[in-house]
Design a protein around this ligand. Sequence first.
Ligand code: ADP
Ligand code: TRP
Length: 325
Amino acid sequence: MARILTGIQSSGRQHLGNILGGIRPAIELAEKPGNDSFLFIADLHSLTTIKSPEVRKDNILATAAAWLAFGLDTDKTVFYRQSDIPEVTELTWILSCFTPYPMLANAHSFKDKANNLSDVNAGLFTYPVLMACDILLYDSNIVPVGKDQKQHIEMTRDIGKTFNHHYGEEIFVIPEAFINERVQTVPGIDGRKMSKSYNNFIDIFLPEKELKKQVYSIVTDSAALEDPKDPDENLIYNIFSLIAPESDTLAMRKNLEAGGYGYGHAKKELLDLILAKYLEERKKFNFYMENPEEVESELKKGALKAKEVAVSVLDKAKRATGFRS
Ligand code: ADP
Ligand code: TRP
């Protein structure tokens, strides 16, 4: 049995790119027989950049609501909030003392952030140690992540191995990264990769009017209504084809190529598709947003299970280091 574990940043709402590239594949992986799955909201990490308590709470709720709306089964997956298990911060101190300073100083993500953010705090610097502890504390075997997180998993392996080697015992399970190269990159409304950081996303959970505004902001060229258009060069078509049934994709393709079919038509089709396809998910999302106690109770249920593993692994690390006999 392989334990799969991954953390979700709670830095904002989950957009269409997060859903197709993160949520859907992770839920499929969790449902494969023989897998034991842990999934948590990395709220402690969010403190490196977000200081407002209201924003943090709203992000946690909206992130959890999106996962639950897309069918995450909390009886099969241990779904919890990182900060509910304070053992992770205790382990972070212990493993900080086994992390070479140059390893952190060379981290790509730290260098990127240090160049782009005004608040370069020590939490940003030690971010990879907390992430290593998220993984090592739960005996994880496989960690599905995007390419940008690969170096963090390598650091996790190095830190775990250094500790095991130092004490001559297999205290930590050494994990492997799982990078799904097949996941397509969903383009944003400006044509770049859809991302919270570019503010170019489609949030399928928005009320219809606001969603319409986002869909109608998709960038197009100035071709006239009657002109034939190349679907492959067309952003609306590209996004549509990622979620539409094949026959509808083909129909839009033909319409664009034939001419007499404008971008307004295509945008309306995309909006209608999103509303129809995600009708149930939108309802469930709103239910969870209006009933935060339901989300809280799911997260608390997950925390109870996560805690059991965390306490036992931390205990082994404390015995090895002589903090406990
Ligand atoms: P963002 O760029 O919005 O901050 P994250 O880096 O938090 O997104 O990514 C969270 C998850 O969503 C990851 O699994 C990532 O691979 C996936 N993801 C994010 N943006 C896209 C996209 N445009 N297309 C496909 N998957 C994406
Ligand atoms: N750093 C990850 C990200 O930016 C989120 C994360 C935190 C994570 N802890 C983790 C991912 C542990 C996998 C395992 O996406």
